[in-house]
Write a protein that binds this ligand. Structure first.
Ligand SMILES: [Zn+2]
Length: 324
């Protein structure tokens, strides 16, 4: 059985800086809470159901599939927002204080979680990568830290679903059958996606099975589905683009002869387009990785996101390769 973490137990022994941040956040939260109570309770922006918050849109989609009609699921960050260094707001805290559960990815993805959960009191949280063996980042300033993007491999996304089921049963034992049934239906969809991904990647000639992206977010997918990867920077952060990283990537692209390179929706593609130009490769478009798109965009769900990426990969590495 999964053990949900109580925030207070999990995040103790913290430094003065954090306490100051907590005090400031508490102050602004209180001001907002008072003003919002004067208008209407913030939680009324959801329906009457108990609600669960996730740190980003992709986890919200997965959790919604498991929750069915029993729970409301919402994401703290909006579609398109950069999630690694997100700056949470007092409103986020107020929403989270009313939640039954906070769902995070873990593995250092949400650098803001420490201060966030420190401001909540006793709302339980679960990290969906707990117990998962991480792949470590290699050969950069982040060397030796875990790569957090495990959801990008459909195979591992199924483990996320299992963790969500366990956490939901913990907060709502009466919903066990419903959560398990919903999870089974969703995992079947992920299994179909797994096959579609394998079949599509099999079309790529072996020597061109190199996925070049802006962020090193495809490490799990690459390992589980037989690709090599190269990227402009390992994890989204400040100062992520440096001339040295650009030159290194240009050299790798020239060596491998990969015809098409890509970037991701939550960061600027400007430098990657420059890399494409300098290396003589094509720029193949924008992947969705750290966030879903808006409902009307190409990636409103995790499954749509994967299908969108698969289409770009196939177009860039199979069909463009023929004309190269
Ligand atoms: Zn990322």
């Amino acid at each position: 059985m999964i053990k949900l973490k109580k925030i207070s137990a999990l995040y103790k022994n913290k430094n003065i800086k954090s306490k100051l941040i907590k005090l400031l956040v508490f102050y602004f939260s209180s001001v907002l809470l008072i003003t919002s109570c004067m208008k209407k309770d913030v939680s009324n922006s959801y329906d009457e159901k108990p609600y669960v918050l996730t740190t980003f849109t992709i986890l919200a989609d997965m959790a919604s599939n498991v929750a069915g009609e029993r729970l409301s699921v919402r994401s703290i960050t909006k579609p398109g927002v950069e999630i690694h260094g997100y700056q949470f707001t007092p409103r986020d805290i107020i929403r989270a204080k009313g939640a039954e559960l906070i769902i995070e990815n873990g593995l250092g993805l949400e650098s803001w979680m420490y201060d966030f959960v420190n401001s909540l009191g006793s709302v339980p949280s679960v990290s969906l990568t707990d117990g998962m063996k991480p792949i470590m980042i290699e050969g950069d300033a982040y060397s030796g830290k875990p790569n957090p993007h495990a959801w990008m491999s459909p195979k591992r996304a199924m483990n996320y679903v299992d963790k969500i089921v366990e956490a939901f049963i913990e907060i709502d034992p009466d919903g066990e059958n419903e959560y398990k049934t919903n999870a089974l239906i969703y995992k079947n969809k992920l299994a179909k996606l797994d096959k579609e991904l394998r079949d599509s990647l099999n079309l790529i000639p072996k020597e061109r099975k190199v996925l070049v992206t802006c962020e090193g977010a495809f490490t799990y997918l690459a390992q589980d589905y037989g690709l090599k990867e190269a990227y402009l920077w390992p994890v989204n952060s400040e100062n992520q683009v440096t001339p040295r990283r650009m030159v290194n990537l240009i050299e790798k692209i020239k060596e491998s002869g990969v015809p098409t390179i890509f970037c991701e929706s939550t960061v600027s593609s400007k430098e990657q387009m420059e890399v494409a130009k300098e290396s003589g490769s094509n720029f193949g478009g924008v992947f969705y990785v750290d966030s879903l798109s808006d409902p009307n965009g190409p990636a409103p769900t995790l499954i749509d996101l994967q299908k969108h990426n698969i289409r770009l990969i196939t177009k860039g590495l199979v069909f463009n390769a023929v004309n190269k």
